[in-house]
Design a protein around this ligand. Structure first.
Ligand SMILES: [Zn+2]
Length: 81
């Protein structure tokens, strides 16, 4: 467990807390936002699908899988706040 500082009121709270015990604001999530990671997966998947499709070497399955993971992560990040 680590303590984070509330962005709204400066109160110290657990990073596991759903909201600040002082003002009720949600805690700032440390690290890279899930939404950014999801976007990276989607972009990488689209680029990979396009690149493999151009080369025509194999069935481009890795790209769509990356896009699918990205979309799932994006949906999760929307509902999980
Ligand atoms: Zn607060």
């Amino acid at each position: 467990m680590a303590l984070v500082t509330c962005a709204e009121c400066g109160h110290r709270m657990s990073d596991k807390a759903d909201k600040c015990p002082s003002c009720g604001a949600p805690p700032a999530r440390p690290g890279i936002p899930l939404r950014l990671i999801a976007g990276g997966f989607i972009v990488a998947g689209v680029v990979l699908t396009y690149a493999i499709g151009l080369s025509g070497d194999s069935i481009p399955v890795v790209g769509p899988v990356l896009v699918a993971i990205g979309i799932v992560a994006l949906v999760v990040s929307w509902f999980k706040r």
